[in-house]
Design a protein around this ligand. Sequence first.
Ligand SMILES: [Zn+2]
Length: 257
Amino acid sequence: MAETLLDPDEPSPVTLDNEAGGSIFFLTCDHAGRAIPRRLDRLGLPDHETRRHIAWDIGIGGVGRRLSQLLDAAVILQTYSRLVIDCNRDPKVPSSIPEISETTEIPGNLGLTKTARTARVNAIFRPYHDTIAAALDRRAAADRASVLVALHSFTPVFKGVSRPWHAAVLYNRDPRLAHPLFELLSAEDGLVVADNEPYRVTDLTDYTVPVHGERRSLPHVEIEIRQDQITEPVGQAIWAERLARLLPAAYREFLRQ
Ligand SMILES: [Zn+2]
């Protein structure tokens, strides 16, 4: 039997802004939000856990919105916490609804029934990805090219280990846009940039790039920014301005290949 997850007065799982923007770039923020459906009773977590990096990509929504304005690009943002369901992971992968994140047990995710898992897929995951697919279809139908830019942020310290990089450029099968962006970011004053670290794109750990980028053969790149860089609006603006300058330059390099 179907189970309802979201009440009618709760926020939509997806926001699509500036669809009519003229840019070739199409921005996604899979982990922009940290909302938890009322019915899930905060997943049994204390409030402070729902504000940490385990719940969302701190700062990335601000970067995505600002970058959308600067490039005049469409941006799609996910509203609900990745602890409810990770919108950058295939729902068939067990960690799509994590029982443990970093070292925090998620009580509301323990021993979920198939019905409860399906409710999260149907209420959050599916509408988010359907919105991306439909927007990309509309662009293709209008003969508009698209370059997919998947925006994420990572925690400065994970399981006690500090990350030295300010940002990372990630890819899997197609590095044609990622490589020039990596070179351009690495040439920025004072920036330490990772190439496919601390994560890389795979079919098991990612969904947006494999499904909407690789399968459509769209130029694409996944960008990770360290969260301490973009916690506040001033840092979000600095990163948005940097990416608004470097993404078009990287795309020009891509076209030369
Ligand atoms: Zn993320």
